[in-house]
Every structure is written in structure tokens, then in C-alpha cells.
Design a protein around this ligand. Sequence first.
Ligand code: SF4
Length: 698
Amino acid sequence: GMIVPDKKVDSVCPYCGVGCLLTYNVKDNKILHVEGRNGIANKGRLCVKGRYGFDYIHSPERLTVPLIRRDDVPKTALLDFDPGKPFEIFREATWDEALDFAAEGLKKIIAKDGKYALAGLGSAKGSNEEAYIFQKLIRTGFQTNNVDHCTRLCHASSVTAMLEGFGSGAVSNPMADVQKADVIIIIGANPTVNHPVGATWMKNAIKNGTKLILMDPRGSEMKRHAAQHVQFKPSSDVALLNAMMHVIVTEGLTDKEFIETRTEDFLTLKEHLQDYSPEVMSPICGVSAEQIRDVARMYANANNAMILWGMGISQHVHGTDNARCLISLCMITGQIGRDGTGLHPLRGQNNVQGASDVGLIPMVFPDYQPVTLEENQDRFRKLWNVEALDDKPGITTVEMMNAAYDGIIKGMYVEGENPAMSDPDVLHAREAMAKLEHFVVQDLFLTETAFYADVVLPAAANPEKTGTYSNSDRAVQMGRQAINPPGEAKQDWWIIQEIAKRLGLDWNYQGPKDIFNEMRQAMDSIAGITWERLENESVTYPCENEGDAGEPVIFKKDFPTVSGKVKLVPADIVSPDEQPDEEYPFVLITGRQLEHWHTGSMTRRATVLDSLEPEPWISVNMSDALKLGLEDGDILKLETRRGELQAKIKVSDNSPVGTVFMPFCYFEAAANVLTNAALDPAAKIAEVKYCAVKLSAV
Ligand code: SF4
């Protein structure tokens, strides 16, 4: 018969930034099934990951005891890696032994090589409270700002452009606002795959008359629903967006009053755009001048129009420039500050917005307060009760691995991230991790990263802990503990606090609520949100005073800049770091797929998801496959200047001729072996959306 749950626990989906609320149905400390709940972002809906992607928590590969590396096991390449056999590499340890060992190793490095020899990576999958105390540990325990997380490889460039332009890194309007828009632009994003419930709101809107302009070098399922699919050449974003703005300015389609009252430097932008006529840009973008004119008019003439974008915009050496163009496009047409308008960078991880907000980034304290400003130094010295804080911005994710490779960083603490799969040019990153003298890894599984660790601390999964998460819409939501962690695995906040104590910090948090209350003192944006309120409802910040309703739509009157206006920043065309040539004639684009999440550490251990998509694949255009003499399912070899791999071909016209696509979640064919680590100079995000690749039949 049907198994009846003995309790139902309301929580938040652990996967994407849509932030669907759900209910865990629990019996005997096991989750039986998951249901969608009436959340502000999902109204009962869930995608395949949220509904079926939960049984990773019951995987036999879960870490249940602390582990210390055996002395005789070298940190070599991952050749014989078997996550199911941790005891070939590690021995079991007690918590006391493992925590002492972890902290002693860190202290030794500070004593020997100084504090700048340490760095930490926190997690966008953990709660706000965990991210907050992790960055506090690095800033007050390691005593530097060498702390970052995967936002660096996600929307760092979008946030850089937004902070520069209008003083805020958050979205202006929630995703579901697409239903109030007449026109939506989706550029460099595949929401059906990466924000699936968000995509259902987009399709509902389109059915009710909203026009979609899909701008992407690749095709996707969304193209069936698009009024226009602008299939531009990979990496030609700036040329295309400048050409659209050229049309808007020369045809008088700007919002003159908005420009006059709410923007700065329009004349410089206007002059800059003169060189970017659609006719001149057309061959660069591979889009007809006529289509550029059509979509520019559609967007500018709409009563309400919204722009949503993803990693296709951000993950380039010109990612910040791409985002600058989107901001200018929105501002010169006054498409912001009302329902159904604005800018929405689609956040990847469930808590990448929150982890960034609470300061898990090297240049700013919580709430984006620069570490360099004396007033911020003062505020946090007082709040954290320490004599000194470093006022030098720390180094970023990819820079940390480069510094480890060069022997400058000698010790790291990685909590819940998997750089051995997610870093660009990942063979280089793995070598860097193998060189670390002391490496502390905290995770659910013996991830590819944990393989390089000296000590592994077993952590708790999302349904095993309570905490708050902030979704892509800026909504702060409560996740609740439904079951207990397996074996001796512990909640992250507890582990981080134990490390802090061993580094001499006087911490005494009793749980996430204590930490949240301290966060409210550190961050004006959430100062008005009480823990008790979150137990009953989601609250969208800014919410500075108790009783404030929260603000799903912002920038109605002014922007959080000194002048209250937006700074319009012109962008030039910058070439990708690596261009196709005779030896490497194709372009490789990497990304995600519906059934798997990022590096696959959770979803590949979720039975249903792994059964749906069990193996790596490479999307290739039919005509390119024919030229190689290959059919659907044949094995293809990909080779770049950095590495090679093999996987099956999936023939698809979503890949334009000359371009291939591959998801990066598969250990056995890790796409990041191929990718380029060249960085956007402003945001330090890597160009994982574009590199030159050679294809050959095997
Ligand atoms: Fe989870 Fe995102 Fe799917 Fe919602 S859309 S169920 S948040 S993965």
C-alpha cells in the first residue's frame, strides 16, 4: 500500500535561483516525496529537479565521518578517483581530531608564510547564515579578504556593471513580472533548462500576448515561442546591442524625460553609438540590419519591456561590457521602475544572490560595503568586536587557483564548492589544488575537489538544516530541517564555528537564528526582516524597518548612487580571448542541462535525474556531424590547447554550424578540461562561454 508520511516539512528547493517553495514528506528520517508549495515564485509549481532530485541525500556515498588523508597517498591526478571508496585515500577521524588538524594546519601556514597565504571558498548552496559566518571567519580568523564563491563564475560581470551604473547588484523586478510585460528580451539564457519554473511564467505570458525577443547564438526550446529569434554570432553581443541602441537613438525612440532626469553621460554614449549602425554591425553579428531595426523598435516602443539574461552575457572577457550595454538599452528607453519592466540577471544557484549579499566576495563586506572605506571598516570592527580588519580587497576564485599554482596560496578552506569540476581550465586548477600544503574541504560527498583534501569534514544537506535563502527575485525565504544528517555529519554553521573557535575567535552562536539576527545589524537591506516573519512568509528586500512590506519592484524614483542617477557607460567591441583557427576551427560553448545541477555532485546521485541523463553528450549541428562522417550517438573527440575529452554526439540544430555545446556536469568528460581561464579585466569572470576547439571522429 501507499506509505503514509509521518510529517510534512515546508522548505525551499536546493537547486536554482527561482526559489521554489516545496514540502518534504518524511517517514523514519527519510524523504518519501516532494510537493510544490504556494511560494511567491512558484505558486505550487516545481521542475524535474525540485520534484525528483532529492534522494542524493540518502546516497550510500554520503560522507558520514570526518576523514584525514593517509600519509602515503599522493595528491596526483584524478585518474583512479572512486568516490565510493574514500578509505583508500583517507582514514576515519573523530570530530575533535579532524577539527584540530584542520585548524592547526591553517595556523601553521599563517605563522610560516603570513595571512595572505590562505584563502577560502564558501558556498552559494548553503544558507545566508552559513555564507555570512564563513566570510566572517575568513575576515576575522584568516584576517584577510581572500574569500569568494561561485558568483565569480556566474554574474560577477553583471554585478560589476550594475554597481558601476546604478549602485546595486540586484534585480529590479521579479521573474514572474514577465506576465506584466508587453515585450521581453531573453539574451544569453536558456530558462527552460536553467530556470524551469521561471520559464513557465514566460510561456504563460507569451500565450497571453507578450512578445518574446530571444537573442542567442544557440537555439533552444524557447525559440518556438519567440516572435523574433536573433541568432547572433557567438561573442558579438556588444556589436548587436550597440546597433540596437543606434537605431533607438537615430530614430528618436528614446525616453527623453527619463534620460534628462534619471541618467548621466547620455551625450557621450550617443556619440559613441554613431559608429554602430546596423548596416556596419550586421556582418559582425551575422544578423540582418532589418532584424536589428525590428527588434530595437519592438523593445523601445513597448509600454513595458523587461530584459532577462544569463551566463551567455556574463561569461566572457567582455562580460562587463555586455552588461553595460543591456543597462544602457534599458535606461535610454526608460524601461525600468514599473511593473513588467527592468533588468533581471537570472541567478544560477539557489542562494547565489544571498551569498553575495552577505559578503561572500573579496571586495566588499555584507551588503556590498567596500572593504576599502574607513566607515565600513569601523562599522564591522565594532560589530565583530575585533581590533583590525584588512582593508585590501582579497583575490577572486580563479586568481586563488592561479596563486595556489604559483605557490603563493598554500592553504585553503573550501566549503560546499567543487572547483575541481567548475573552474575553467580545470586540469590547471586541479594541479594547483594538489600543490596546496593544507587543504580543508567540507561537503556532502567525496567530491572531485575533496579528493585533493588533507581533511574532509562531512556536512549536512539542505533538508537536514534550517536557514534562510535569497532567490533571484531578492525574496528571503525559510528553509527548514526535515530530517537528521547521516552518521556523524554536522550542519555547516556548527563546523565553521568550531574552526573559528580553534583559530582563537570567541564565537558562541546557538544556531542560525542567532546568526541571522547579527546579519540584520550588518545589513541595512534586511534590517527590518525578523526571523519570526520569515517563518510565516517570504520577504523581498529592501526591508529596512520592521513592518516594511518589502519591495519586489525597485528604482521607481531614483537609484542608489550618489547623484541618484544612472551612469551610462559606453562599450567598445572586445574580441574573445581565443579565436578559432586552422588547428582549432570550432567554437565551444559550455553550460548546464535541465536534469543536472552544476558539477553534478548532487543530481548525478539522484536516482531519477541520473536515469534521465546518465552520460555526457556534445551537441553538434547535423551538417558538421555529416562532414565528420558521424551520426547521433557516435563518439566524438574534443580537443583544445588545454585538454581533450570524448563523449557521444547529440545531433541538434540548436548548435549553429561551426559551434558545439557541452554541459559541464560530467566527471568522466569534464567540459572544463577544455575551457579558457582568460578573465574579464573588470569582474575577473572567466570566458567559459567561448574557446577554440578541434573535433575529430574516434
Ligand atoms: Fe528548484 Fe529551480 Fe526547479 Fe524551482 S525551477 S523546482 S527552484 S530547480
